[in-house]
Design a protein around this ligand. Structure first.
Ligand code: R5P
Length: 288
């Protein structure tokens, strides 16, 4: 087995390589002056099981995924397992309005043509995994237990999800720490505005952590911490799988939180824990 690291997730690829005890393939990946990708594999990977690590966000990373996976097959790889730390377009997981693109399905259709197995992480909606219809193995890994391990000694009294739909995340994290969990009540008004209903929670004087799959604009977490502070919380931390931080999300949140952390599915200054261990566990069981 060999790790083929695309350019989107160097740290995660390195972590996977260490945990699996498998070398990364030496590659030459750069851009021509017109920004088109130049990709060359500098080693013989014929008959190898290739674990390709590359997100499909933003768009240029998606194209790199497709070029790398096809290259691995063209060079005679025995199998290609696509590890997609952040699967772009996962939020377009259905047709909301007539005439819209079902983007998650289309992207899954492109990916599945090139891989034998697909490994996603905290897909916005778990059912998106079913869109990979023609693969041997597929999995939607959750990093919520990893968040629990990370927070075990952080003095967290309670774990919260922003809404009821995400309460399973809060439970996963809370169970590892050994504390209570609950959910806030979020209503999305539009793409960048949310409201948090004044649900009474037993948070007075407590240190709480809000967990979510994605932090994008930061609007959800911002409103959540406001609602919690109104109820006398002592500290508010936030942890997510994917720190997208669109439109100044970090700058918006850092001043109002006591801690802000994300995994390495999207590398940023808040990446504090790695998705590598649960990904490696699945690969060990299914690919080796
Ligand atoms: C929504 O369902 C997701 O789980 C996140 O809560 C959402 O994507 C966060 O977005 P934002 O940071 O823009 O509020």
């Amino acid at each position: 087995m060999r790790i083929l690291a695309g350019t989107s997730n160097k740290a995660l690829s390195e972590n996977l390589s260490v945990i699996l005890g498998e070398r990364t393939v030496t590659m030459d990946i750069r851009r021509f002056p017109d920004r088109e990708l130049y990709i060359r594999c500098l080693e013989d990977i014929k008959d190898e099981d290739i674990v390709l690590v590359q997100s499909t966000y933003p768009d240029e990373n998606a194209l790199e995924f497709l070029l790398l996976s096809r290259l691995a097959k063209d060079l005679g790889a025995a199998t290609v397992t696509g590890v997609i730390p952040y699967f772009g377009y996962a939020r377009q997981d259905r047709i909301f309005n007539e005439g819209e693109s079902f983007s998650a399905r289309t992207m899954a259709g492109l990916v599945e043509k090139e891989v034998d197995n697909v490994v996603c992480v905290n897909l916005h909606k778990g059912s998106t995994l079913d869109e990979f219809r023609d693969v041997r193995g597929s999995v939607n890994i959750s990093v919520m237990k990893v968040i629990g391990e990370f927070l075990r000694t952080a003095g967290i009294d309670m774990v919260l999800s922003p809404d009821k739909g995400a309460i399973a995340y809060a439970k996963e994290t809370a169970d590892v720490i050994g504390v209570d969990f609950d959910n806030l009540e979020k209503t999305r008004i539009d793409g960048s505005t949310v409201s948090i209903a004044p649900k009474k929670l037993d948070v007075e004087g407590k240190t709480v952590c809000i967990v979510d799959d994605i932090i994008a604009t930061g609007g959800t977490i911002f409103r959540a911490q406001e609602a919690l502070r109104e109820q006398g919380v002592k500290e508010v931390h936030a942890c997510c799988a994917h720190g997208l931080y669109t439109g100044g999300g970090i700058e918006r949140l850092e001043p109002v939180l006591d801690g802000l952390c994300s995994s390495d599915t999207i590398e940023s200054k808040t990446s504090a824990f790695s998705a590598a261990a649960p990904i490696a566990d699945w690969i060990k069981e299914r690919v080796e």
